[in-house]
Design a protein around this ligand. Structure first.
Ligand code: ZN
Length: 198
């Protein structure tokens, strides 16, 4: 699971929701993957799907019998389906997903007795770490969204009916930077000064 968490860190590094997975076969990691949904602009770029794709290539078969998949977050309906379709024997899950978990939270696709294959499932391995990395990501995302909204409001206020008061408020908050920016925007550039003189 530590290796899966390392994959989740790779997702965070590119601004993706941090979800990582690895597949182990005969005691060795044969495939690693992390969420790249926004980067690759496809809903298929989930960590588990990337892992399954790589493991199939490595083993040379679509059947992944004898494999264990470790994932930091409970698989969604798509990934749980792919896990069962690829005959993965065992799934080790870090933390549960209340919005899309199909390893028992919303549905239990991994262990539906009506399918032709069921996986053994182990929950809660490094649960705290797997939960913390997601909480950290979303906390940071909320903070950045809040800052962006604040900036947008400020920009909209600048072009509203009371530009003078807004500028005064800005100057009192950031006097040096604002004044410098105003000076540089007000003063003509050197080549413009020449044009004016002519
Ligand atoms: Zn998924």
């Amino acid at each position: 699971m530590k290796a899966a968490l390392k994959q989740a860190e790779k997702a965070i590094a590119i601004g993706e929701v941090p979800i990582g997975a690895v597949i182990v076969y005969e005691g060795k990691i044969i495939a690693r993957g992390y969420n790249r949904r926004n980067t690759d602009k496809t809903t298929l770029a989930h960590a588990e799907i990337a892992c399954i794709r790589k493991a199939c290539k490595k083993i040379g078969d679509w059947r992944l019998e004898g494999c264990t998949l470790y994932c930091t977050l409970e698989p969604c309906q798509m990934c749980a389906g792919a896990i069962i379709q690829s005959r993965i024997d065992r799934v080790v899950i870090g933390t549960t997903s209340p919005k899309s978990g199909c390893g028992g939270t919303l549905l239990n696709i991994l262990q539906n007795p009506d399918f032709n294959h069921q996986a053994d499932v182990l929950y809660g391995v490094l649960r705290e770490e797997c939960t913390e990395i997601l909480q950290r990501f979303f906390k940071d995302l909320r903070r950045r969204n809040k800052e962006r909204k604040k900036m947008l409001r400020l920009q909209q206020a600048q072009i509203s009916e009371h530009p003078v008061q807004i500028q005064q408020a800005q100057i009192s908050e950031h006097p040096v930077q604002i004044q410098q920016a105003q000076l540089s925007s007000q003063q003509p550039a050197p080549h413009e000064q020449e044009v004016i003189r002519q």
